[in-house]
Ligand binder design. Structure first.
Ligand code: PAF
Length: 279
């Protein structure tokens, strides 16, 4: 695996590659990321991963400074997963001057996670657009774990007529159902034991939806109460239309249940698609 830090060197190295697939990451890689890298390997002859902890998508008081940086370990894992090139720019390389041009997103970016992390998705989309312009990938792979992020990236690609094709990777879970996330390592042993409760609640809602229950707000409230009773601080548990992420209507045929809640200082997110609802 070649490690390249500069945009110019990366562009030069990639110029002869006939097909490129990109997996953008912020590092601290786990099995979920590595599944995305393997997927990328099946899509193109050259697999590029990037590691960049993007300050622009962290709000004030969020975990930018303490975000786990595990570069050596990440490199070892990326090699095992078949990465050809790792793009690991410095902040100065990617943001040589304050980034004044940013991506303006539709209102759905201010809902769900966006309601609790102002500016997060605009910062995310801005760095993703930069990475697309630098790598010029034919394919890029994003995980469904960040469902709203994936939705916004797909919308940006479509509405800006970007030539990249977005591939989706399923959420990889621990044995007890907890979605793999770089932030899981912040959890204390007690919190870790409690952490699958978010998935448990989403699964409960999804199974109700599959059985035809349409009391969306009752289901959402029950899940929120269950988590709060166990000491979680709930940002949201919501049922949405899986394609538009809008609030579902009676004839929404594909639903997704999304949740974000804090255990101590750690904010966990998760989601589950509820399949075709049988109205
Ligand atoms: O999902 C992430 O890790 C980040 O939001 C991404 C897509 C790498 C952009 O910084």
């Amino acid at each position: 695996m070649e490690i390249i830090e500069s945009i110019e060197a990366l562009r030069e190295r990639l110029s002869g590659e006939s097909s490129r697939a990109l997996v953008p990451t912020m590092g601290n890689l786990h099995a979920g990321h590595l599944a995305l890298v393997r997927k990328a390997g099946n899509l193109a002859s050259c697999t590029v991963a990037s590691i960049f902890v993007n300050r622009l998508q962290f709000g004030e008081g969020e975990d930018f400074d303490r975000y786990p940086r595990t570069f050596e370990e990440d490199c070892r894992k990326l090699v095992e997963a078949g990465t050809d090139i790792l793009f690991a720019p410095t902040e100065r390389e990617l943001y040589p001057e304050p980034q004044q041009f940013t991506v303006d997103l539709p209102p759905v970016a201010k809902e769900l996670c966006g309601a609790h992390r102002p500016g997060h998705f605009s910062g995310m989309a801005t760095v993703v657009l930069k990475l697309f312009n630098i790598v010029n990938p034919h394919h890029a792979v994003f995980g469904k774990k960040d469902y709203q992020q994936l939705h916004l990236v797909k919308g940006m690609v479509s509405q800006f007529n970007l030539s990249v094709k977005i591939a989706e990777g399923d959420t990889i879970r621990e044995e007890d159902g907890l979605a793999m996330s770089s932030r899981n390592r912040y959890l204390s042993p007690d919190e870790r034991a409690q952490a699958p409760r978010l998935y448990f609640n989403l699964e409960k809602i999804a199974s109700e939806l599959r059985c035809g229950n349409r009391d969306f707000s009752v289901l959402e409230k029950l899940a929120g109460k269950d988590l709060e009773a166990r000491g979680w601080m709930v940002d949201y548990v919501e049922i949405r239309d899986a394609l538009s992420l809008a609030k579902p209507c009676a004839n929404s045929s594909r639903l997704v249940v999304l949740g974000a809640a804090r255990l101590g200082k750690t904010r966990l997110i998760d989601n589950l698609e509820a399949g075709i609802a049988q109205w």
